[in-house]
Ligand binder design. Structure first.
Ligand code: SF4
Ligand code: SF4
Length: 378
């Protein structure tokens, strides 16, 4: 094992990341209007090669990373996915496949399980088939996902179901949890839409009314109690209707890093929206060097950058002032407190946006996330 730089040798100064989120590709057959990928999607020709990725995972494991989240886009669009999983297993990384399910066959699921995959996370768009297909912009996606869930469970893999909540499906949050139970999931993640990237572009079509958000929160919290012991429910409540922000990514440059399909290392998936940050590429720098020295990772570490009201707030060690990307998007300055916080001088702006985007009725019109635009599913 190579020796670690001084900052990493001193855990009190800089701990190693727990997880790496690898966006293996931005290609995806689905077109979800809340997709967290950037608006400018990386083209296939510029994606990292198999050997680039295996080098990255070796370096991550050597640094002390425990979890490799294999994401996208749709990671199954990469023909070398099983090779990548085999490599991750060989260097001791716990692998989690984050998939839409589209592009997987039963044989492929078995192949991935045999390669050493530890866990699969399958997205669903709704519990109602026509609505799910419309949200995904892909006819037949709902039916296909039922089959994929069955193959995952049959392959002996623990299954988590992910559901992103927004105006078109919020009245069925509870039904989606019931669907996850029927699909054999051990865990379901109910996450209200985050307004970055495609989500921000589609905010007016995605944001639910306050009444609908409050009803869904109450329904999910009640199901957490009634389904205790049946399924674990992780609930990410909607930012625009909260009083305190989340500790985004567990703190900037504290717990994890993302690597884009073309190799840029990011402190969070939306970090590229912050201008003037310098991102290093895994093609040019080792993971340990990026984690320790990259300007983007160091930009919001420590406390020097923190402004009031966060600077004198006791919660700054809990939420780190919230999300830097949301602060930038809503205040124009990434160093401000996340305006989700009721103590932020910009908090009223959040309430105004939420009110402006109240459900006007009718089917929402989406700008679908596609590399090339085409007609959505009916
Ligand atoms: S959110 Fe939808 S479009 Fe984006 S990567 Fe996931 S499945 Fe594909
Ligand atoms: S003032 Fe800052 S640190 Fe305090 S709760 Fe609000 S966002 Fe968090």
């Amino acid at each position: 094992m190579t020796s670690l730089p001084e900052r990493l040798d001193s855990p009190e100064r800089l701990a190693a990341p727990v997880a790496i989120l690898a966006e293996l590709t931005h290609r995806c057959p689905l077109a979800c209007p809340y997709c967290s990928n950037p608006l400018a999607l990386d083209p296939r020709e510029e994606e990292l090669s198999t050997s680039d990725w295996t080098r990255v995972f070796s370096q991550a494991a050597q640094l002390g990373v425990l979890h490799a989240h294999l994401s996208g886009g749709e990671p199954a669009a990469r023909q070398d996915l099983a090779l990548i999983i085999t490599h991750c297993a060989s260097v001791g990384l716990y692998t989690n496949l984050i998939t839409s399910g589209i592009g997987l066959t039963q044989d492929r699921v078995r192949e991935l399980a045999q390669a050493g995959l530890d866990h699969a996370q399958l997205s669903i768009q709704d519990s109602d088939a026509p609505s799910a297909d419309r949200i995904a912009g892909y006819k037949g996606a709902f039916a296909r996902k039922q089959a994929v869930a069955e193959w995952i469970v049959q392959a002996g893999l623990p299954l988590t179901v992910n559901a992103v909540i927004h105006r078109a499906n919020i009245s069925r949050a509870g039904k989606m949890i019931e669907l996850a139970v029927r699909l054999g999931a051990r865990r379901v993640e109910i996450a209200h839409t985050q307004y970055y990237g495609w989500g921000l572009l589609n905010r007016a079509a995605l944001m639910p009314s306050r009444a609908a958000a409050e009803a869904a929160i109450a329904e999910v919290e009640a199901l957490k109690k009634t389904l205790a012991g049946v399924i674990v429910i992780d609930h990410v409540i909607p930012d625009y209707h909260a009083s305190y922000p989340k500790a985004c990514m567990g703190g900037w440059g504290k717990r994890g890093l993302n690597v884009t399909p073309t190799g840029k290392a990011l402190p969070c998936h939306a970090a590229e929206t912050i201008p003037h940050l310098e991102f290093w590429n895994v093609r040019d720098h080792a993971i340990v060097d990026i984690w320790t020295n990259s300007p983007a990772f160091n930009a919001f570490r420590g406390e020097d950058w923190i402004r009031e009201p966060c600077r004198s707030c006791p919660r700054k060690t809990i939420d780190y002032g919230g999300c830097r990307c949301q602060a930038l998007a809503l205040t124009g300055d990434a160093r401000e407190a996340d305006p989700v916080c009721h103590l932020s001088p910009y908090h009223a702006k959040i309430a105004a946006i939420a009110a402006q985007n109240e459900d006007a009725g009718g089917a929402p019109i989406y700008s679908y996330r596609r590399m090339k635009q085409r007609e959505p599913a009916e």
